[in-house]
Design a protein around this ligand. Structure first.
Ligand code: 5GP
Ligand code: ZN
Length: 113
């Protein structure tokens, strides 16, 4: 998708602070961190959100869940972390390319609404 910010980051057209990359996904630091560690993990394939996950592309989402624990270990996270993905306007999704927020480095409350 030519006008998608995260596709541009994946293509290297917009710089990002990369923390992990393989052939299927990219992880980079969120520009506006909400915790001491706040990374975004995105599939290289443009999928709009969880709402657009299908039997054909669900492997891209599953792959991200498979790599997150290793990324957290690499970053030295030992006492837990949170994985969040927003879907649509009520949840506050601002970038229409599937992304998993991974937050760590502090104890977290739970006030999603
Ligand atoms: P959403 O609100 O869609 O769940 O999350 C989008 C996230 O992308 C936000 O946390 C925002 O800070 C982050 N973000 C938006 N544009 C950029 C960018 O150009 N670079 C980086 N690293 N993060 C971005
Ligand atoms: Zn995209």
């Amino acid at each position: 998708m030519s006008d998608c910010i995260f596709c541009k980051i994946i293509a290297g057209e917009i710089p990002s602070a990369k923390v992990y990359e393989d052939d299927r996904c990219l992880a980079f630091k969120d520009l506006d961190p909400k915790a001491p560690i706040h990374i975004l993990v995105v599939p290289k394939a443009h999928i709009q959100s969880v709402d657009a996950v299908t039997p054909e592309n669900s492997g891209e989402a599953a792959h991200i869940l498979e790599v997150i624990p290793g990324i957290m270990k690499e970053l030295g996270v030992k006492t837990g972390y949170r994985v969040v993905t927003n879907i649509g306007p009520d949840a506050g999704q601002t970038v229409p390319h599937l992304h998993f927020h991974v937050l760590a480095g502090q104890e977290m409350g739970w006030t999603p609404a």
